[in-house]
Design a protein around this ligand. Structure first.
Ligand SMILES: Cc1ncc(COP(=O)(O)O)c(C=O)c1O
Length: 421
């Protein structure tokens, strides 16, 4: 029996017998000789991964950009954690709460490539980035640089600083189709003045999926004495990277997006030497100004969510970082390449493969984004989100690892049909 026939006969045999994560391990062994490049196109393998999720049969979910709901195995662990904490009551909180959070932080730090003294678990990107924006000692006239395409509520936090301390916010606009990294770096560079303190930049722009050249932006900013805060909401557990290698000063993200933790988990990385100067938003228990935990006191919170982070990491690493990234990019290119050159259809995401991954945005010239999303849902049962503004006119399309190419075929046909009408 050759390898392919063996796989064909064996897949699925173990699923009912063991936890899903064991099934993933089993699949890994079964496919050990198959390269990632082949595997990303193997719908049989991904159909097995899909079995790890409970999917609503009513529609095709192409809106994982808001958050990526948890696979069943992580959800079961999470429910166990809720039961366990509830069973132990305050004894859990007084004895092992801190220790368990440290364990989750360690796993996360290992996954990202930083130390535990540079990382805290937060509730989401908003808390992480606003902790930095609030924590900086702003003076009137200080400047911050950000993009029109950044997430609105984080830009809103800078606006609060402008109202409260008199800082000046410089807003640039990132083109949807840059030619080179240098073009992007120059845009940020041109906005810097002697008063600039901080640049905020998205690792992956949420409305288009464009990946920005963070390391190059950091190099340029640091050469001018400016710090860089990265909004990594969509990058963690979506694209594979080492956080230290980016050389940014601050990095915040939500783990309920691509790491698929239950709702309400995030992370904040701060370069060790930068911790001391930041003011906590909430008064901490820790007195040491150089201890990153001074920024992590939010009172009593749902600790079971923190516990499920390790389960989500297990799922992600067992599926494989590179494999997940490659499959997500493959899915995006599977649909976007089939409509990229169709007259009347506009792809708002760069074509260069390293400038995007699973997320892309598509518009139809003669239909506004709102009605387009409405028709996609009502007529074709495809769930997306409309984006109309910030230089983008279209629907954001976000598949996940459970998405099949068959579902994307339905989406492609819907786009072509809408464009023809
Ligand atoms: C780029 C970006 N930043 C920040 C956020 C805020 O994330 P959260 O609501 O999890 O804090 C989002 C949410 O979609 C986002 O896309």
């Amino acid at each position: 029996m050759n390898k392919r026939t063996f796989i064909k006969n064996s897949v699925g045999a173990t699923l009912a017998l063991q936890p899903f994560i064991r099934h993933l391990e089993y699949l890994n062994n079964l496919y050990i000789d198959i390269s990632n490049n082949e595997l990303i196109r193997d719908e049989r393998f991904w159909a097995e991964v899909r079995k790890g999720y409970k999917l609503k049969p009513d529609y095709i979910n192409l809106e994982n950009g808001y958050y990526c709901f948890t696979p069943e195995s992580t959800l079961e662990h999470f429910i166990d954690h809720v039961r366990h904490v509830n069973f132990e009551g305050s004894r859990y909180m007084r004895t092992v709460q801190e220790e368990n959070k440290k364990k989750a932080t360690l796993r996360l730090a290992d996954m990202l490539g930083c130390g535990t003294d540079e990382l805290i678990i937060t509730r989401n990107t908003t808390e992480s980035l606003d902790t930095i924006i609030n924590g900086i000692e702003w003076k009137p006239g200080d400047e911050a640089v950000m993009a029109e395409q950044d997430y609105g509520s984080i830009v809103g936090q800078f606006k609060l600083m402008a109202a409260k301390f008199g800082i000046i916010n410089k807003i640039i606009s990132v083109p949807n189709h840059p030619e080179t990294d240098e073009e992007i770096v120059r845009l940020y560079e041109a906005a810097i003045t002697p008063a600039t303190k901080l640049i905020m930049v998205c690792h992956m722009i949420n409305i288009t999926g464009q990946i920005l050249p963070i390391k190059k932006i950091c190099e340029m900013a640091h050469s001018k004495g400016v710090e860089v805060m990265v909004d990594g909401a969509h990058a963690i557990a979506h694209i594979d990277f080492n956080i230290k290698a980016l050389d940014c000063d601050y990095y915040g993200a939500s783990l309920h997006k691509w790491l698929s933790t239950p709702l309400g988990a995030g992370m904040l990385f701060i370069k060790k030497e930068k911790v001391k100067k930041l003011w906590p938003t909430f008064a901490p228990w820790h007195d040491d100004p150089s201890d990153i935990r001074k920024l992590n006191h939010t009172g009593t919170h749902p600790v079971h969510t923190d516990l499920a982070i390790q389960d989500a990491i297990d799922f992600y690493l067992t599926l494989g970082k590179e494999r997940k990234e490659a499959r997500l990019r493959y899915l995006q290119r599977y649909w976007s390449d089939q409509v990229r050159n169709v007259s009347g259809i506009v792809i708002n995401t760069p074509e260069d493969p390293h400038r995007s991954c699973g997320i892309a945005n598509v518009g139809i010239e003669k239909i506004a984004p709102g009605p387009m999303a409405k028709i996609l849902f009502e007529k074709y049962k495809i769930w997306t989100v409309a984006i109309d503004g910030q230089g983008v006119r279209g629907c954001r399309i976000t598949p996940n690892v459970y998405t099949s190419t068959k579902e994307l075929d339905i989406f492609i046909q819907a786009l072509l049909e809408l464009n023809r009408k």
